[in-house]
Design a protein around this ligand. Structure first.
Ligand code: TA6
Length: 283
């Protein structure tokens, strides 16, 4: 069975790895390079350092949060979704849907006591990449209410280190580099001569990264994490090539400031759309 599904839409292409259902490349029309950063250093058995890893059911580590339910107390850092081989359940040239279920991985119930199905659908058009994550809490579950975080951990390739991320001015954010202190964003956020690890709270803003990428999302993904490790942390990462920290910004729409709670038989479907605004490029 192939490990990567290739999508085409006109002259646009994308690749989605079955491992983690991770989008590992996206070339909108007229792009010669992928707009997603991928580390040149691969470490076997570790989730991709790049592309669009899926974070589910926990963002960060248990110790990062004061409100972690008992059912999530054993969840690994950033959850298990990015660290399992998903199954392709539908494919049609420009779109693919992959699933991750407790039916395929019953052992997941040991650390996360629910019956659930995740469906990750990726739709490619000539100028956009739309990722939709559907979370279904199955009626057969042993627990009534399933709690989770969900986030698309986008690694966006930076054309230059002066690239700005626009759209967060005036918003409140939790600065993880200052112990989670809540601050107010005073400017369009520049990248990335300084490390940054900030969770912007609520609002589902549309962001613009540089002059080519517009990042939209649904109301069900109201929070936004911006992250770049900076030189010291970046040079210490075993799965990041030398200087790789200068080549990306992570702009991550998610529901991570609080947990989503799903009753048995319920589902939620938060789409993320990273679109390329061609008119800005005069295309
Ligand atoms: O999304 C930002 C963040 O939570 C940072 O704190 C940093 O740890 C990053 O994720 C990468 O996490 P990972 O587990 O993939 O190394």
């Amino acid at each position: 069975m192939e490990d990567v599904v290739s999508l085409e839409a006109g002259s646009a292409t994308a690749q989605v790895a079955l491992y983690g259902s991770t989008v590992i490349a996206w070339r909108p029309k007229k792009s010669t390079e992928s707009l997603l950063f991928m580390s040149k250093k691969d470490v076997a058995g570790k989730p991709y350092r790049g592309g669009i890893p899926l974070v589910f059911p926990l963002f960060g580590a248990v110790s990062d949060h004061s409100d972690v339910p008992q059912t999530l107390s054993k969840a690994p850092r950033h959850g298990f979704a990015r660290d399992r081989r998903w199954k392709t359940i539908d494919f049609n040239g420009d779109r693919v849907t992959m699933s991750l279920t407790t039916q395929d991985y019953p052992e997941l119930r040991d650390g996360y006591p629910f019956d659930f199905e995740l469906h990750h659908s990726i739709l490619l058009t000539e100028t956009a990449l739309e990722c939709t994550l559907k979370v279904k809490h199955l009626s057969s579950s042993q627990n009534d209410e399933m709690a989770f975080h969900a986030l698309f951990h986008n690694y966006l390739a930076l054309p230059s280190q002066s690239t700005k991320v626009a759209g967060l001015q005036g918003r409140s954010y939790r600065d993880k580099l200052q112990g989670g202190k809540v601050l107010q964003e005073s400017q369009d956020t520049c990248s990335y001569v300084e490390p940054k690890d900030s969770v912007y709270l609520g609002g589902a803003p549309t962001l613009r990264i540089g002059e080519a990428i517009e990042l939209k999302r649904s109301e069900t993904l109201p929070d936004t994490t911006l992250w770049n490790p900076g030189k010291e942390a970046g040079d210490g990462m075993s799965d990041l090539h030398n200087g790789g920290w200068k080549e990306f910004v992570c702009a991550e729409p998610g529901h991570v400031a609080s947990f989503v709670h799903l009753a048995k038989g319920q589902e939620v479907c938060p789409p993320l759309c990273a679109s390329r605004v061609l008119l800005l490029l005069g295309c």
